[in-house]
Design a protein around this ligand. Sequence first.
Ligand SMILES: [Zn+2]
Length: 207
Amino acid sequence: MNLENTVKFHSPKSPQFTDSPRATASEGLTGTDVMGSFGMVQSRSALGFTAFSGKMDLSENDKRKAIQLLTQHGLKHCDKVAALRKLETKVKGKVVQTLATFAFASWSRSAATPGARCKDCHGTGRACDREKTEESGVFTEKECNRCSGVGYSKLPGKSVYRGVAYALSADQWKRGVSQFYDSLISELDKSENHANSMLRIVTTSFE
Ligand SMILES: [Zn+2]
């Protein structure tokens, strides 16, 4: 079982997991097994699990919690960047929280996010390979250049910088802070993968 499979165990009306017999029949898992597994993954891989639930719009609470956990992670590591280290404690907290909020929003984007769909490939991630098509006379596709094949655009760095420009210069943003911002997005990827492996481990015993 992976995180994608957990979506059907959520009730659309509440952030609680449902014990729906339809969902359990297809997986051979009882609702109680599943809820127990979720609890275990949530405690061992809190950021990955809440970030995934938040991204899938399963719970507003998970969105807030994921941003909060990512902020905590960021505060632990931000002093490696000189420009952030020099900030006053209160300002630093606000800046890191803003960066975590943007990082989560950018990470949660998909081709379905309003305004995020790639203009070149319209969300498909594939584009016509003109050179090969002309050469061979057969319509050939390649990965879309603009979005690197994901079908949507990440939040532009410019908008992220605007959110913290009151505390950081454009130069500071370029030299360290934007890299730190990117590391927050990588942390979300890493945490989601970790939560997925945890879920696989704890549900294997039921399959
Ligand atoms: Zn594209």
